[in-house]
Write a protein that binds this ligand. Structure first.
Ligand SMILES: CC(C)(COP(=O)(O)OP(=O)(O)OC[C@H]1O[C@@H](n2cnc3c(N)ncnc32)[C@H](O)[C@@H]1OP(=O)(O)O)[C@@H](O)C(=O)NCCC(=O)NCCS
Length: 226
């Protein structure tokens, strides 16, 4: 999750359904900010590398978000330099997006809107030529259970639909009940389960598929946490 993907058909700014609220924080990282007053999503900056590296020590994040080998063994934890390199990749995806590419590979830092403190990550893993967006997320272990993930998914989904996504989806390993709660509460429909679709420590794992369509999502409404 939260990795940059390949960038395809450029979407010109005139094609975009809504103007993008962008300003340049510095020469390097454009700022796109989304907020509901409780959670704010903003691009990652190099200063956030320590938080990212620390989060990737967490076993659940390494299991559900980190890279694995073909037997499902997680990669070693990230060094600060690894985290900085990932943040650099996010920044280049943001620059491509601002220059009119789809938002594939862009990632937001999830922050507490009041304190500004970092709590997690959500990002667009892929945007297909048919305008189908796949995304992922994680919340640091110290900030879970406060509704941050659900709010972030609602903000991200609204943004993807405003950009013209015809469908948004995410995949959740079948034993990841907290993430399935987030997907359902954010208004996503469980469309099915892909049997033995993933592997973890040598065992095949079923993977749930959740999706939302713009009109249906607007009518159903997400169940945002109080
Ligand atoms: C899954 C994750 C993103 C949820 O983040 P969060 O900010 O705690 O999510 P929220 O607070 O919005 O909602 C979580 C809900 O799941 C519930 N929950 C937590 N653990 C649960 C479990 N084992 N079984 C059922 N429900 C569970 C919580 O009680 C909460 O619901 P509530 O508010 O009604 O009590 C976070 O736990 C995480 O990052 N986990 C590790 C990595 C991961 O799973 N990433 C997602 C990959 S798809």
């Amino acid at each position: 999750m939260c990795q940059s993907g390949d960038l395809r058909r450029p979407i010109s700014n005139s094609e975009r359904k809504v103007p993008i609220d962008v300003r340049e924080a510095d020469a390097d990282i454009p700022v796109v900010s989304l907020s509901d007053g409780v959670v704010t999503l903003r691009p990652w900056s190099k200063a956030d590398a320590g938080f990212m590296a620390e989060a990737f020590v967490d076993p659940s994040i390494r299991r559900y978000n980190g890279p694995h080998d073909r037997l499902g063994r997680p990669a070693p934890p990230l060094s600060i330099e690894d985290a900085e390199a990932i943040i650099d990749e996010f920044a280049s995806s943001w620059r491509a997006f601002i220059a009119a590419a789809p938002p594939s590979g862009v990632a937001f830092a999830i922050t507490d809107a009041t304190s500004g403190g970092l709590v997690g990550c959500c990002g667009v893993d892929d945007w297909s030529p048919a305008d189908v967006a796949q995304f992922g997320y994680w919340i640091g272990p110290g900030a879970r259970g406060r509704g941050y993930a659900t709010r972030a998914v609602v903000l991200l989904t609204r943004w993807l639909f405003e950009l013209g996504a015809a469908r948004a989806f995410l995949t959740v390993e079948a034993d990841n009940e907290a993430s399935a709660v987030v997907a359902r509460r954010a208004g996503f429909v469980h469309e099915g389960t892909m049997r033995a679709h993933s592997v973890w420590q040598g065992e095949r794992i079923d993977v749930m598929w959740f999706a939302a369509l713009p009109l249906e999502w607007a009518m159903r409404g997400p169940h945002e946490p109080a």
